[in-house]
Design a protein around this ligand. Structure first.
Ligand SMILES: O=C(O)CCC(=O)C(=O)O
Ligand SMILES: [Fe+2]
Length: 196
């Protein structure tokens, strides 16, 4: 494991965080290139029976199809830049990933609701490596059943890597809340291994 990946002490979870995994100025180059090169899409989700635009743009690259938020995702073939990032992240975690979901939070009004990444295609104890570039956003984790454990907040800084594995998805939910602060656009890449 990468020496900068520090374990967080959370019960029923295995979470590591490296606030400056991709150093300056390289992280700025990655951010600009991803904004340009990724085929960003505005997808919709069904909320209370109504189709609504997702509060962020998304893109899905990888080797295999996968259902996410009830949507059938057809992956696009890897871009060289995404391959490069995948290799860096795999080297750090010691795990293999065959897919990446990208999220673009255009402003503080873009967000992601409480969820866990527990789709059956990800297997029992998935390793999910989450790379953040651009504007800093708050990320929170909350335990599904233990109300005595306070939610945990992490500032996902530009160039940071968050690794969630072991029983984390089973016991904890996570989200990215909206913020009223003026924030720069943020890109998040979550590398996953989809079984097929
Ligand atoms: O933007 C983030 O940091 C969270 C992304 C996430 O949880 C997901 O894509 O499943
Ligand atoms: Fe997630």
């Amino acid at each position: 494991m990468h020496p900068h990946l520090q374990p967080l002490s959370l019960p029923d979870a295995e979470v590591y965080f490296a606030p400056a995994f991709v150093p300056a100025p390289q992280r700025d180059v990655y951010l600009e290139r991803l904004l340009q090169e990724v085929n960003w899409q505005q997808e919709s989700i069904k909320l209370f029976g109504k189709l609504q635009p997702m509060p962020r743009l998304t893109a899905w690259y990888g080797d295999k199809g996968y259902t996410y938020s009830g949507l059938e995702n057809k992956p696009q073939p890897w871009l060289p830049l995404l391959q490069e990032l995948r290799e860096r992240v795999q080297e750090a975690s010691g795990r293999a990933y065959n897919s990446v979901l990208l999220n673009l939070y255009r402003s503080g009004q873009d967000s992601m609701g409480w969820h866990s990444d527990n789709e059956p295609e990800l297997g029992q104890e998935p390793s999910i490596a989450s790379l953040s570039l651009g504007g800093e956003r708050r990320f929170a984790l909350k335990h599904r059943s233990r109300k005595d454990i306070a939610p945990v907040r992490i500032i996902l800084s530009h160039g940071s890597l968050l690794l969630m594995q072991g029983p984390t998805q089973h016991h904890w939910l996570h989200h990215i809340p909206k913020t009223a602060k003026a924030v720069q656009p943020r890109i998040n890449l979550t590398f996953r291994y989809v079984k097929g």
